[in-house]
Design a protein around this ligand. Structure first.
Ligand SMILES: [Zn+2]
Length: 304
């Protein structure tokens, strides 16, 4: 049985917000069992917003995922949540002294490294997962997402920005696969969109070191590229963050075409609200000691 996890001690990460361009200080704190992942806007006093899809601001979550509790917002949360999903961390307070998390190098690699150096602590209580009760499909314009039951977290993701930029990648989550296949994939944008984004007050902290920038025919900064299919791997990185917006992780087999933050979180909200998810203690992500796989035990009622 896999136990819940938190980090060993508090750790500070500083950097610039991608969209706001503001300097930000992010402090990760350990949290007790069954606490979940919660954001703390320390500049506003005791404002705490759980990392949960019910707080996602649908209209603001276009180029990044934004939580809003009616009074305060926290933006660009997806890369941290992705790293926490990749490391199977359940309980943590993410204290941020402003509206947006730092973008760092545009991937989740720095967050992963900082957490690994700080140390991960196993807690006493068992980790529980959400499982998917049945196959579901979502279509919105040309966007598509399907999910079906699986013993693991699997995703088959495709992006399609025309024949020149069509990428597909399949990924099965494990701690090893996350750090080697996904964590180093940087965010990306198109040179032709930068002016428009800046006019909307977005991407003010963007640079050629924290995003891959696609020009007319090729990357403007190929020296920053790690993977040949890095754009789609970054979409998987984002998806792993967006799909972690519940009080515990999901296992299931996802297929996503042309997704984005708003679509990912709309689908997750629908799965959560319509009773498609149920709780189960075990996951084959890390088989029980001495076991060879999954035991479907202890189906618990969903508490919201
Ligand atoms: Zn991203």
């Amino acid at each position: 049985m896999r136990k819940q996890r938190t980090i060993e001690k508090s750790v500070v990460i500083r950097g610039t917000g991608l969209h706001s361009g503001r300097e930000a200080s992010l402090t990760l704190h350990p949290a007790p069992e069954n606490h979940g992942i919660v954001f703390h806007r320390s500049d506003l006093g005791s404002v705490y917003i759980p990392a949960h899809v019910r707080f996602v601001s649908a209209d603001r979550s276009t180029l990044s995922t934004v939580l809003f509790d009616g009074q305060a917002a926290v933006q660009t949360i997806e890369h941290l949540l992705s790293a926490l999903n990749g490391l199977y961390i359940d309980n943590l307070v993410a204290e941020i002294n402003g509206p947006e998390l730092p973008i760092l190098d545009g991937s989740s690699r720095n967050l992963l490294e900082v957490i690994l150096v700080t140390g991960i602590v196993e807690q006493r209580k068992a980790q529980t997962f959400y499982r998917v009760a049945r196959r579901e499909e979502f279509v919105s314009g040309n966007k598509f997402l399907s999910v079906e039951p699986s013993e693991k977290f699997e995703v088959d993701y495709e992006i399609d920005f025309g024949p020149e930029l069509l990428q597909r990648h399949r990924f099965t989550l494990s701690e090893v696969s996350y750090s080697s296949e996904i964590a180093k994939a940087k965010t990306f944008c198109f040179e032709s969109d930068i002016h428009k984004m800046r006019a909307m007050g977005l991407a003010r902290g963007g640079s050629l070191t924290n995003a891959l920038v696609m020009g007319k025919d090729s990357l403007l900064n190929p020296e920053q590229q790690t993977y040949a299919d890095e754009f789609v791997r970054h979409k998987i990185l984002d998806f792993l963050g967006d799909i972690r917006l519940l009080d515990r992780p999901i296992v299931g087999k996802f297929v996503v075409r042309r997704g984005g933050h708003a679509f990912h979180t709309e689908c997750l909200r629908s799965l959560w609200e319509n009773g498609i998810l149920y709780l189960s203690r075990e996951s084959s992500a890390q088989p029980a000691e001495g076991g060879s796989g999954v035991t479907l035990t202890d189906h618990l009622p969903i508490s919201r």
